[in-house]
Design a protein around this ligand. Structure first.
Ligand code: 6PG
Length: 233
């Protein structure tokens, strides 16, 4: 990885949760030294869940942290497909941090998007410019190179002015809500958790070829990115 802002740490799949949790803990410890409210956006999917499970037991100043969602599936707030529902069960309900779900109840997807955009506008400071600056964003990557709910060939990839947008993903027949590229790129720092052969192949393509995946845009934006990689044994 020749970009000095972007580094990778490799481990085995079995060591992955403990390894990732330890690095994440170090990041959060460094952030809490700021001594102010720290705004973090986290991803769902399956990869980070065992990491969150370990994280909840760490002795951090949790009351300094506010957790937002990177993206959400537009499903019932009580569904096991709901990212907030899963992360809440594993992490949020065990720590005294503030956390904010993208879906509250039976509102329309447009209302959920508008409400979350307003929430971010009110809670997350903007340093020089129009977009909020998250202190840290935790990302995953899909087998098709998607990041957040920015999937290949979908409309949300083009969004340049909003903080949050709805996105329909035809390949999954799924409606999503996602932070947009300008918001993710504007974060002070991000970490990407990936495991498995296919994702590692995509990672290699992203850094060594011109094949375009949604994750490419973040890599090319030169943002501070740490990859944590779990390799099959
Ligand atoms: C989601 C996510 C998404 C995720 C990737 C990887 O709602 O699915 O937030 O962006 O990070 O899809 O998911 P896995 O970890 O399940 O492979």
């Amino acid at each position: 990885m020749s970009n000095r802002n972007q580094i990778r740490f490799d481990t085995t799949e079995s060591d992955f949760p403990a390894f990732a949790a330890t690095i994440l803990k170090e990041k959060l410890e460094a952030l809490q030294l700021l001594g102010r409210r720290i705004n973090i956006a986290v991803s769902g999917g399956s990869t980070p869940l065992p990491v969150y499970h370990l994280l909840k037991d760490f002795d951090l100043q949790w009351e300094l942290f506010s957790f937002f969602m990177v993206d959400e599936r537009f499903v019932s707030a009580m569904s096991d497909q709901c990212n907030y529902f899963n992360i809440n069960n594993i992490l949020f309900q065990h720590i005294p941090s503030e956390s904010y779900a993208m879906i509250k109840g039976d509102e329309s997807i447009e209302t959920a998007v508008e409400n979350y955009e307003l929430l971010i506008d009110q809670k997350v400071p903007k340093e020089h410019g129009t977009f909020p600056v998250f202190d840290f964003i935790l990302l995953g990557m899909g087998d098709d190179g998607h990041v957040a709910s920015l999937f290949p060939n979908t409309e949300a990839l083009e969004e340049q002015s909003r903080f949050v947008t709805a996105n329909f993903v035809p390949s999954l027949d799924s409606h999503r809500i996602t932070l947009t590229y300008p918001v993710i790129q504007n974060a002070s720092e991000a970490m990407v958790l990936i495991k498995g052969k296919r994702k590692i192949e995509i990672l290699d393509e992203i850094y060594n070829s011109e094949t375009m995946y949604p994750m490419h845009k973040l890599v090319k934006s030169n943002m501070r990115l740490t990859w944590i990689i779990g390799k099959g044994e």
